[in-house]
Design a protein around this ligand. Structure first.
Ligand code: HEC
Ligand code: HEC
Length: 439
């Protein structure tokens, strides 16, 4: 363990140590969603999948990767989601990469019909007074409460924090119990972002783009459970398994660049990186350093909407006063007016770039005037360009409303700022990019 980390362990609430192997099973089989569709009703409605990308056994093998088959607290076997894997597992160039953010989630239309049909089926088969209905209902209730607040203008940005904000608004901060009267008004501005890769975690002491997540991370990451868990007691009971899951996530290594690297050019790039980038993004190799620097909004100049969304009243005060922030294992949620400079390990694989995913490749990230105002991609994971390190894209028209076009003119999705690559000549930029492939 590094000395700095030991110091932090000594002086504040921290994440309990977890077991990565147990965490892998929690990811695939765990109950951290709280409720779901009773198993038999689920399989009547949704035929088993054959892809089994999470390598699961038994009936769970036939469940889509964004759902888990687990036993609800009242003993009923249910299928519930969206699970961590639904957002933190993705395909790249045809390969499944565990821990890579899902870059094609689609929240342009939130369709609850499967849950509604399932609800009718559960009612018909078991009745509304059954244990089966009890194990299902919180999921429908939560999904209905958040559905109006998570709609995005195009595919490929993720609304996890909008879900959590809307779910929290429906809960008493002290007991975690569901309440129909809102604890705070849910703002219209959507909190939508790209999904960061899990292999950054081994370097981070603070979670999230704004560095807000401190203290006990295990208590923070199960926030998605706020949609359907019973109450605070239920939430805190899964904390230990969340620590295992985090240990698993932090054990993931970034994928190795899958093509030749020109080592002479990469060496030139390394020197330029030291000069222009290292102060914020750190050093790499066995003796890596990571400053975990938070760059104020005014200086970084990237779209401020996301960071500002956590600084308005409502959600952040709710979290800070809630049961999550109490006691010895408390979580600390302290959003900053800025964005954390992320580690760049495996950066070749994590397009699109910036917290909002507004820039399609590293090449244009490092040359800000070449960034497309509106760009189209195919959402086929094979259409990935290893030279530019990003999605193959074609320029498109802003304002068209086409859900397959990333439109940077829409509030929250701007692609400005981070102009540190602009001073580089084309050949210097090529060298820095070659170096980035080695990380
Ligand atoms: C609906 C999609 C979704 C689900 C489900 C989800 N996440 Fe995330 N996760 C995100 C997004 C989006 C972010 C980025 C938010 C931010 O940084 O502000 C994120 C951030 C994180 C981070 C911080 C990463 C970093 O570099 O700071 C961790 C850790 C994490 N998630 C773990 C989990 C775990 C564990 C689960 C399951 C219990 C989970 N997530 C479920 C979408 C999701
Ligand atoms: C002054 C600090 C600073 C400097 C200097 C800097 N960056 Fe950054 N970088 C950041 C911050 C902060 C972000 C996140 C901004 C956001 O998401 O809005 C970022 C994001 C990035 C990303 C996107 C990561 C992702 O996964 O989305 C890449 C790639 C990157 N920087 C590369 C570089 C390179 C290469 C250089 C040197 C030419 C450089 N940066 C110089 C602070 C800096």
């Amino acid at each position: 363990m590094r000395p700095l980390v030991m110091l932090l362990v000594a002086c504040g609430p921290t994440t309990p140590e977890g077991d990565p192997a147990v965490g892998w099973d929690t990811l695939r089989y765990g109950d951290y969603i709280g409720a779901g569709v009773p198993k038999d009703v689920w399989f009547d409605l949704v035929p088993p999948t054959t892809s089994n990308i999470l390598d699961r056994e038994g009936d769970a093998a036939g469940v889509p990767s964004s759902f888990n088959l687990f036993t609800a607290p009242n003993g009923i076997d249910v299928v519930g989601g969206v699970t961590c894997a639904g957002c933190h597992v993705a395909q790249l160039r045809g390969e499944i990469i565990i821990g890579l953010g899902n870059h094609r989630s689609d929240y342009t239309e939130v369709d609850l019909s499967t849950f509604e049909i399932a609800g009718l089926a559960v009612e018909n088969r078991y009745g509304e007074d059954s244990a089966e209905y009890d194990a299902f209902f919180p999921l429908l209730r939560g999904a209905e409460a958040i559905s109006d607040h998570i709609v995005t203008p195009f595919i490929g940005v993720n609304t996890a924090f909008s879900m959590e904000r809307a779910a929290a608004a429906n809960r008493d901060p002290q007991t975690g119990a569901w309440q129909d009267e809102l604890a705070f008004p849910i703002p219209d501005t959507i909190l939508a972002s790209d999904v960061p890769p899990w292999w950054h975690l081994k370097k981070k002491t603070r979670l999230y783009y704004t560095g807000a997540g401190r203290g006990n991370h295990a208590r923070l990451v199960s926030q998605v459970g706020l949609v359907a868990i019973e109450d605070a007691e239920h939430y805190l009971a899964i904390e230990e398994s969340m620590a295992d899951l985090l240990a698993f996530a932090a054990s993931i290594e970034p994928p190795v660049f899958p093509a030749d690297i020109d080592s002479t050019l990469a060496d030139q790039g390394a020197a330029l990186f030291t000069e222009h980038c290292e102060e914020c993004h750190g050093t790499y190799g066995d003796d890596w350093t990571y400053p975990e620097r938070i760059e104020p909004l005014e200086d970084i100049g990237t779209d401020p909407t996301y960071a500002l969304g956590f600084l308005e009243g409502g959600f952040t005060p709710w979290l800070q006063e809630s049961f999550l922030a109490q006691g010895k294992g408390r979580a600390i949620f302290q959003p900053e007016r800025g964005y954390v400079a992320p580690p760049l390990d495996g950066v070749w694989a994590t397009a699109p770039y910036l917290h909002n995913g507004s820039v399609p490749d590293v090449e244009t990230l490092l040359s800000s005037t070449d960034r497309p105002t509106a760009w189209r991609r195919t959402f086929n994971s094979n259409d990935y360009d290893l030279t530019t390190m990003g999605w193959q894209w074609t320029p498109d028209e802003a304002g068209s409303g086409d859900v397959e076009v990333y439109d940077t003119t829409i509030t929250g999705f701007g692609n400005g700022g981070h102009t540190y690559g602009d001073v580089l000549s084309d050949s210097e930029r090529a060298a820095v990019m070659e170096y980035l492939k080695t990380l």
